[in-house]
Every structure is written in structure tokens, then in C-alpha cells.
Design a protein around this ligand. Structure first.
Ligand code: KG4
Ligand code: ZN
Length: 348
């Protein structure tokens, strides 16, 4: 018998995603984004995002079914991101998923969005090895995970204690007068600068912090150091060397991310590192990860960027893995959880 057809629904932040996955095969993935509505505010406005999900969900679902040539009645299970994320946005997706599961009389899987960022890689690069390390980096998360079975065995090794990597890039983008979201702009500018020009700090990477927070990240001190550097140039009437600032800042972030991710691989006897989340578009992260992984004999798997930013395929992929593991479905009265722990793959 073929594996169940899983409908995946994503609505944790500003993307409304709907996808269909059978086993590890992606049939369709449709995303609507409300980013344009937030750009003028310089950040995501939760109320605007929730309303946009409500408006986008129906058309996105219809488009996905239409493109896959699938009728709603053919869906065997409904997976939805139950957290972490913005409560209002999560609620819209969860309400839609519950209504569909109830109307179709199919199982509901309320799954973890961050774990989904890792799970999606199976759709691209095939089954996971027995164990691996996952690095999830985006505007909202910077987490290191140790994964045995993606559905049943996920351990959180560490996470950011303050800003996420993408968030730090967005803040530095603002300091340098770049448009929101600043991440991709800082990345492009960094490619023209000298990464060794300014010795910005590497958070939680030396002394006692290095042992105590081996797999945690902190980027707020770095962001403050960049702000001080920019101010000191301005105070002295000097031009800010923006490309060198961007390159040195980017190097500090990516040096720490890759160093800790590879240390986690070595310490946990893992030969594979899977990287996901919108920040994995960063050119220096990709370069450094590839270079350092090769030095350690570790394989790096990064899905194409459209599956790294928030999407429905990641939720359908994790729902499919959970169904494969034959876990009992979530109940229809699950609540969404803005702070859903990474060890909880499935809401009970
Ligand atoms: O996963 P994502 O689309 O949304 C969530 O945060 O969940 O990630 C977007 C984040 C933003 O902070 C954006 O500025 C950052 O990832 N980003 C980048 C790059 N592309 C996107 N940061 C640095 N370099 C990039 N090339
Ligand atoms: Zn995300």
C-alpha cells in the first residue's frame, strides 16, 4: 500500500504555506507571503500577519490542490505547525487544519515548526542517516539539534540566548541604512568587504562561556559592538566603511555558527550536518560550512533556498515522518504554543 497523502499547513509568521507530500515525495508546495505589508513598519506586525493568513489560506489551499490534481477527499492526514511562532498566526493555521481534519475525518498532526525546517531536507536529499546534527537559522531561530529519528528522537543541544542570526543581520542592516529585511543586503555588501578588517567579538566562544554554553549562541553583544563602531566613525566625522563592517560582522556570526555546529557533530559522533531556515541563504555560512565540514570529514545537507524559508512542504514532510513512525495523532483540542519546545515534535 502506498504511504498516506499528507497535507501540510504552515502559518507561524508571515508565510502562508500549503503543500502535499506522499512518503518523501513532494507533490506541490504553494506559499503566499505578507512580507510586503510589513516592510514599511520595519518588522513583522503580528495582527497584520494573522489577518493575511486568514485571507490567503483558502486561495493557497485551492491552488495547491489544483496544481497537484488532487481532490480534498484524497488527503489522508492533515499536518499543521503548532508552534513555535506568533500566536495569532498559528491559530489561523491550526483552526483551518482542525476544521479540515474534522470534516474529512482524517488524523491531525500538530507538529514543531523548527523541526520541520530540518525534516524538509528528506524531500530533497532522501532518507536521513541514523543520527545527525541540525542547525536551524532564520529571523526567528538559531538552534542546534541532535536528531536520531526525526519523528521521535530530537534533542536540543543549544539555541540563541538573545537575537537569532537573521534578526542580528536585520538589525545591522538598519544600522547601515539598508532596507528591511536587511539580511540579504548585508550579505551582498559583505562580499565586497574584508572579513578580517574589524575584530568583532565571537559570543560565548571563549573562557568559561565556551564550556558552559558550548552549543548556545549570543549575537546581541556583537550587534552592540557594531553599533559602537559605526557611532565612533560618525562621531569622528569619518565615513563608515560599510562593506568592511558588513564583512567583519558576517564573519563573526558565521564563524561561531559553523564552529559550534561542527563541534556538535564531532561530540555526538555524527557525520552529517543538516542546515535549514531562511538564514541558510547566507553566502558566507554556505562557504564556511562546506569548508570546515570537509576538514572534519562531515557531509553538509542544505535544501534549496525555497525550502529553507518558511513553507508548507516542511510541515507536510514532518507530518509524513510522524505518520511513518505510527505515532498517535494530535487531538482536535490541541492548543498552539508560541514557545513549543524543540524536543516536542508532535503536540499531543
Ligand atoms: O526563515 P525565514 O524566511 O523567516 C523566519 O525568520 O522564520 O528567515 C528570514 C530571515 C530574515 O532575518 C532575513 O534577513 C534572513 O533570514 N536572511 C538572510 C539572508 N537571506 C535571508 N540573512 C543573511 N544573509 C542572507 N543571504
Ligand atoms: Zn521558520
Amino acid at each position: 500500500m502506498s504511504e498516506p497523502l499528507v497535507l501540510g499547513i504552515e502559518s507561524t509568521c508571515d508565510e502562508t504555506g500549503v503543500a502535499l507530500v506522499r512518503g518523501r515525495e513532494l507533490l506541490v508546495d504553494v506559499t503566499a507571503s505578507s512580507m510586503d505589508e510589513h516592510a514599511r513598519f520595519g518588522g513583522i506586525v503580528p495582527e497584520v500577519a494573522s489577518r493575511a493568513h486568514l485571507e490567503a489560506f483558502g486561495p493557497t489551499l485551492d491552488a495547491a490542490l489544483d496544481r497537484a490534481g488532487v481532490a480534498l477527499g484524497d488527503v489522508d492526514a492533515v499536518a499543521v505547525a503548532a508552534g513555535p511562532g506568533l500566536v495569532g498566526s498559528l491559530t489561523v493555521g491550526a483552526a483551518a487544519a482542525k476544521a479540515l481534519a474534522l470534516a474529512l475525518d482524517r488524523p491531525l498532526y500538530g507538529v514543531n515548526h523548527v523541526v520541520g525546517h530540518v525534516a524538509v531536507d528528506e524531500l530533497v536529499h532522501g532518507p536521513f542517516p541514523d543520527r545527525f546534527v541540525g542547525l536551524v537559522v532564520s529571523g526567528g531561530h538559531s538552534s542546534l539539534l541532535r536528531v536520531g529519528d526525526i519523528a521521535t528522537d530530537v534533542t536540543e543541544l543549544g539555541q540563541t540566548l538573545d537575537d537569532a542570526a537573521g534578526e542580528a543581520f536585520d538589525k545591522v542592516g538598519r544600522l547601515l541604512g539598508l532596507p528591511y529585511p536587511g539580511g540579504p543586503h548585508v550579505d551582498r555588501l559583505a562580499q565586497q568587504g574584508d572579513p578580517g578588517a574589524i575584530p568583532f567579538p565571537r559570543g560565548l566562544s571563549s573562557g568559561r562561556d565556551k564550556d558552559r554554553y558550548a552549543y548556545d549562541f549570543s549575537f546581541s553583544g556583537l550587534k552592540t559592538a557594531v553599533a559602537r563602531y559605526v557611532e565612533s566613525c560618525q562621531d569622528r566625522g569619518l565615513d563608515v566603511p560599510a562593506a568592511d563592517v558588513a564583512a567583519s560582522f558576517s564573519e563573526a556570526v558565521n564563524d561561531v555558527l559553523t564552529r559550534k555546529a561542527l563541534a556538535a557533530c564531532t561530540a555526538n559522533d555524527c557525520e552529517t550536518l543538516v542546515i535549514g531556515g531562511g538564514f541558510s541563504a547566507n553566502s558566507r555560512l554556505r562557504e564556511l560550512a562546506a569548508q570546515r565540514a570537509a576538514e572534519h570529514g562531515i557531509t553538509v545537507r542544505i535544501p534549496p533556498i525555497r525550502y529553507c524559508t518558511d513553507n508548507g512542504a516542511m510541515i507536510a514532510a514532518l507530518g509524513s515522518a510522524v505518520a511513518r513512525a505510527a505515532l498517535p495523532p494530535s487531538t482536535l483540542d490541541i492548543t498552539v504554543d508560541s514557545g513549543m519546545p524543540l524536543t516536542q515534535v508532535l503536540a499531543a
